[in-house]
Design a protein around this ligand. Sequence first.
Ligand code: CA
Length: 222
Amino acid sequence: MRLLVVEDDPDLNRQIFTALTDAGYVVDRAFDGEEGYYLGDSEPYDAVVLDIGLPKMDGISVLEQWRRSGRTMPVLILTARDRWSDKVQGFDAGADDYVAKPFHMEEVLARLRALLRRVAGQATNEFNCGPVRLDARAGRVTVDGNPVKLTSHEYRLLAYLMHQQGKVVSRTELVEHIYDQDFDRDSNTIEVFIGRLRKKLGVDVIQTVRGLGYILQPPQAA
Ligand code: CA
């Protein structure tokens, strides 16, 4: 899953970036409202962490403009502690959730997981597909209860497919959701990763849809 962090405080921006990266997400960063607006308007993020007090363009305006131009990704806003009006304005502008500063990073992570699973139509952090189970909180994957060790790329790939289960996902879409902005993207590498992932899982859950992409679904009953 690919996330965007828009926060002008460089230390806080780095802390959030590090926590999200450690949690297995791929993360792009912006340090002012204009840059954040531009990225969120042009790149397909799975969720956004958006500060309200930003230079160049405030967070509420950024959010309003995204929503006006039809961007529907979940947005978690960061509000000042005592500014209840930020929260009201934020929700009215299209925010999905908020965290008040100062916050514990675990709370940001938990709220993001909740937003991402809601978009996927899931009520818990455990995603299942046949014998394959992905625990989005622990970042663990098992097949028939046995742990499978994946690289961060393979994990991101599987996590994205799990969140899109039953839908055909194109190679381009996968590239856009598992690499950050600066990565040298080559959709051929996706095939290599899919191959490795299939091998490690050892069960037939990732189907190729010729000319369209891939679909994650439970193995067909014989
Ligand atoms: Ca700020």
